[in-house]
Design a protein around this ligand. Structure first.
Ligand code: NAG
Ligand code: NAG
Ligand code: NAG
Ligand code: NAG
Ligand code: NAG
Ligand code: NAG
Ligand code: NAG
Ligand code: NAG
Length: 912
């Protein structure tokens, strides 16, 4: 339903735009008899618009749980298709009358009415609109005749609307592992199994049903224990695994980057892969997790690679299947059971009553709360998910009874679904409309895919899922959507930035299955994983090819295709990618990331609806000139492709918000200059909406014009010369929203005078250049004192100790100094860097002494020392760092310690 409503909204917007164009009015006056269809254009558009508006308000009124009303669901699909087609027609119309192409309205109008071809096109549009108008009328009649609407569905009063608003406004908090009571005991058991005295390789199985918290448990133990193993890896075995892929992933996890360059595994066969892996594991103490195995074969098929070196290696396998669990010997099986009632109650209350004092359930609700908890069968995921829903419902008996009844209904009527799924369907139904699409969208990615926050947000925006809200940018609003989905446990956080912002998240398997089935039903997208059947009557709006199985998608009706993504690298040769693309004129998102294609079809300019073009990590060398036709493009992602120069026409893409183009030229990152940016055509500085620009090669023109891009948030510039630095500062200081900035000099000895930089919003700053001694006392470090969270200084070559000046950066969470200081001694004084989590010191050949006073860096968790040749005395005072978890030393040799890479655990034990 969300989808139907969204389709109507976009169609409406477009019709509005169409009406606003001169051409509609002009058409009227130019009408001659032979073109009477055109003269009706205005009237027709208005009629369709009012019909759609009524439908929209009807959909707005409907209550949420309507999955069961089959006629209604079918009807909605029909509505959505018509709305989509109307949108398509609207798009074409706008494109046709796009006056910019013709240099002025008047000129255009004249030429249009003189030129038969355009006139014919216009006529065709008018005729198609007429058909759709009929279609809409027809749909209206069908509904009256066949589609029952129950009272519950027609949300009875404004009260409901208000409640939904409340529900949307306040929502709960993160589901950390910490949310799961009862996890401690199992953690201890698992830890003991891992650390037992048994010298032989042993297999440990962790099993239980979906949603019971297997992965959560194993992750938290794995993260803590893996440091004790010389080699560790975590691999997800999906339902459709292939042994080769599993082995490849394992090798990738285990190898360091140097080994990766040496071993060429991409084209290795099963035997080669096995031999390679066996070699890598030999004589090692390793810990490997095989997550979510579905059958015994997933382990049996590769077990011979796990060499036993009698050093206490362990393999952990998690599964829903008892059969798989039985692969481990009896004492090594850990079964996760549903939580007992009292613990279920605890988890549920912590979520549902998070805003009440001590999470206490109001007495009047106890009865319903208990009923609801008992229906969750002790499954943590279900409890948390329902708790989330209820935390924002009104705390009245009638409201809770309603949720309870809805839940019972789902459980009874969806007997083919298990308990968990029924609960999750409810969670989905309770999502506000704007989140439903965003959520469903996530299942277009492969199982266990790690979403990068910013990328997902750009895609949602490209899909027009994100509404403009007040003064926020779309990106900010979308970020709010993401937090909401996380808060409702619909997505899980996997990685956060040093200061706690989400960087990567994942969709729980069961939720993905659910989303997938909803998508199919709703025609939201077609997820192609080798086996799906496709027929000509399908209305495919989005296509995600996870595994093509070498299928050629000829028979799929793709005229309406709006989104095409491919995750199957073998699609390179497919005509779909090579030649067909320009035919899908409705396309708004096209992502061919990682495909080793070398060309983009010349006619890509036909895709005038395109908002997102993803060619990251492809081998494309040139963009066709027709790219300048993509007037609606918002994101152009060429990161890691072979494009070095953009066509001049790029400056016509006025809506561009994010431009990525950058290539690695030195894989090992040893050289000072290891990346290469793009050469940009004159005039790119007229693209005032640009928020991201990574990266440009500097020259004297570039640094001057740059200041016009006042909306930039994220910016990298390479190859800056000394005589450009003043101008650069002036330009950068005009970008009042800049939060990420990276500058590299043209040469490791090039001095950049950046003292005049002023960046009030800066959070992340990377400066690789020789700097003046007084740089750290410059306005930049005064004005932005509290804002700067991450700082990289490289090749600064300072003579004076930089720490006293940097110590004013109270909110710094990450600090890296590489060839930054040429002195002999660094002292971290009490009270400095209270929020610092990670400290990196590298390549400072003169450094002899490092000292930490008591009370310095109280939050520090990790230290990385690299290539500090003269630092032979173990840093004094490390024992004061109470939160330190790891200290990693590469090519640093302390007196009294064995050579090699040291891990801090051992240090701390020895030192304290
Ligand atoms: C999600 O929860 C966090 C932590 O309670 C809160 O700060 C944030 O505002 C919530 N976000 C949304 C969009 O509800
Ligand atoms: C990390 O997350 C915080 C808060 O969520 C955010 O304000 C900040 O911009 C992020 N830091 C960086 C350096 O990206
Ligand atoms: C492309 O490959 C990179 C590196 O292997 C991976 O992290 C990324 O998720 C891939 N992107 C897509 C869309 O599959
Ligand atoms: C700039 O320096 C950083 C740190 O060495 C590096 O990661 C980045 O690739 C450099 N850029 C270029 C263009 O070499
Ligand atoms: C600067 O580089 C751009 C291409 O990136 C080029 O068009 C321009 O002519 C160059 N200007 C100078 C002064 O070299
Ligand atoms: C940049 O802005 C200046 C005035 O602020 C204007 O004269 C110039 O034409 C602009 N250049 C570009 C490329 O937008
Ligand atoms: C800046 O210095 C470079 C060499 O480092 C030189 O090629 C260029 O002409 C100089 N530009 C100006 C404007 O002086
Ligand atoms: C920096 O820290 C101060 C308190 O030490 C806090 O008030 C401020 O909000 C923080 N600023 C940012 C941008 O996180």
């Amino acid at each position: 339903m969300a989808e139907a409503a969204a389709a109507i909204v976009t169609a409406l917007q477009l019709l509005g735009q169409a009406l606003a164009t001169e051409i509609v009015k002009e058409a009227h006056s130019h009408a001659s008899e032979s073109f009477s269809t055109i003269s009706n254009l205005e009237v027709r558009i208005k009629k369709i618009r009012s019909e759609l508006r009524v439908m929209q308000s009807f959909l707005d009124q409907m209550e949420i749980h309507d999955q069961s009303n089959m006629p209604m669901m079918t009807w909605l699909v029909e509505v959505q298709e018509v709305a989509d087609r109307i949108k398509g027609i609207g798009d074409e119309f706008i494109h046709l009358v796009d006056t910019k192409k013709f240099g002025g309205k008047r000129f255009f109008l004249k030429s249009l009415f003189k030129e038969p071809r355009s006139l014919l096109a216009l006529k065709e549009i008018s005729i198609r609109l007429e058909c759709e108008e009929e279609g809409l009328k027809h749909l209206g009649k069908i509904k009256e005749r066949w589609v029952p609407v129950t009272r519950a569905e027609l949300g009875s009063s404004t009260n409901d609307v208000n409640q939904r608003l409340v529900r949307d406004a306040v929502f709960s908090y993160f589901t950390d592992e910490l949310d799961l009571v009862g996890i401690d005991e199992n953690k201890e058991k698992l830890t003991n199994l891992i650390n037992s005295k048994e010298p032989h390789l042993s297999l440990i199985s962790v099993w239980g049903m979906g949603g019971i918290g297997k992965t959560t448990l194993v992750t938290s133990v794995f993260n803590r224990e893996r440091e004790h193993f010389s080699c560790n890896a975590w691999i997800c075995i999906s339902q459709k695994y292939k042994a080769e892929q599993v082995l490849r992933n394992l090798i990738n996890e285990i190898c360091n980057s140097e080994q990766k360059n040496q071993i060429k595994i991409d084209h290795m066969d099963l035997r080669g892969l096995k031999e390679t892996l066996r070699g890598l594991l030999q004589q090692k103490k390793y810990l490997i997790v095989l997550d979510d195995a579905w059958d015994q074969n997933s382990y049996q098929g590769i077990r011979d690679v796990f060499a036993d070196s009698n050093q206490g290696s362990r393999i952990i396998i998690t599964t829903r299947n008892a059969d798989v669990a039985s692969l481990a010997k009896e004492g090594n099986r850990l079964e996760l059971k549903p939580l007992p009632v009292d613990e279920s109650w605890k988890i549920f209350s912590r979520k549902a009553f998070q805003f009440e004092r001590n999470h206490v359930c109001p007495p009047t609700l106890v009865k319903w709360a208990k009923h609801i908890v008992s229906k969750c069968n002790g499954l943590p995921l279900a409890l948390v998910s329902l708790g989330s829903i209820l935390s924002s419902c009104a705390k009245t008996e009638s409201e809770w009874k309603r949720v309870h009844d809805e839940l019972s209904w789902e459980l009874q009527n969806n007997q083919n679904l298990d308990q968990l799924r029924s609960v999750l369907i409810l969670s989905f139904n309770y999502l506000p409309k704007h989140l439903k699409n965003c959520f469903l969208y996530c299942c277009m990615f492969p199982e266990d895919y790690l979403f990068a926050r910013k990328k997902l947000i750009r895609l949602w925006i490209a899909e027009e899922f994100v509404e403009q809200r007040g003064g926020s940018t779309l990106e900010e609003t979308a970020h709010g959507y993401l937090s909401e989905l996380i808060n409702r446990s619909m997505l899980q956080v996997v990685k956060k930035n040093f200061s706690g912002r989400v960087k990567r998240c994942r969709m729980h398997d069961t939720l993905r299955e659910l989303a997938t089935s909803l998508c199919m039903k709703d025609n939201f997208c077609l997820l192609y994983e080798e086996t799906e059947s496709i027929n000509r009557d399908m209305h495919v709006r989005r296509l995600s090819i996870i595994k093509s199985g070498n299928k050629i998608f000829y028979q799929v009706p793709l005229r309406q295709l709006r989104t095409l993504m491919s995750f199957d690298l073998s699609m390179v040769q497919s005509p779909l990618v090579a030649t067909e693309i320009p035919k899908f004129t409705c396309l708004t998102v096209l992502s061919l990331e990682n495909l080793s294609i070398e060309h983009v079809p010349d006619k890509i300019g036909n895709l005038f609806n395109l908002h997102y073009l993803g060619l990251r990590n492809t081998r494309v060398k040139l963009l066709p000139n027709s790219i300048e036709e993509l007037h609606n493009l918002q994101t152009l992602d060429l990161m890691g492709s072979e494009i070095r120069k953009l066509p001049d026409g790029i400056v016509k893409l006025k809506k561009l918000r994010h431009l990525f183009a950058e290539a690695l030229i030195d894989n090992k990152c040893k050289l000072f200059r290891n990346r290469c940016g793009i050469y940009i055509p004159n005039g790119i500085f007229y693209l005032k909406d640009l928020q991201t620009l990574k990266a440009v090669e500097s020259n004297s023109t570039v640094v001057k014009e740059l200041g016009n891009l006042t909306q930039l948030r994220s910016f990298r510039i390479w190859n800056v010369k000394e005589n450009e630095s003043t101008e650069l500062c002036r330009s950068l200081s005009k970008m009042s929203s800049l939060s990420y900035l990276a500058i590299n000099a043209s040469h490791h000895n090039e001095l950049l005078q950046l003292e005049d930089l002023k960046l009030p919003q800066i959070q992340k700053l990377v400066l690789y250049a020789r700097l003046n001694e007084n740089m750290l006392k410059s306005p930049l470090f005064q004005i932005s004192r509290e804002g700067i969270q991450e700082l990289w200084l490289g090749w600064s070559q300072l003579q004076n100790d930089p720490l006293p000046a940097l110590s004013y950066l109270k909110n710094l969470t990450f600090l890296a100094l590489r060839k930054a200081y040429e002195g002999q001694k660094l002292v971290f004084k009490a009270g400095w860097f209270p929020k610092l989590k990670i400290l990196v010191l590298s390549q400072m050949p003169d450094l002899i002494q490092v000292k930490m006073e008591q009370g310095t860096m109280v939050s520090l968790e990790q230290i990385l020392f690299r290539e500090l040749n003269q630092l032979v005395k173990f840093p004094k005072g490390i024992e004061h760092l109470m939160n330190l978890k790891w200290m990693i030393c590469r090519n640093v040799y302390f007196e009294g310690f064995a050579k090699g890479t040291h891990k801090v655990y051992h240090f701390i034990c020895q030192v304290v």
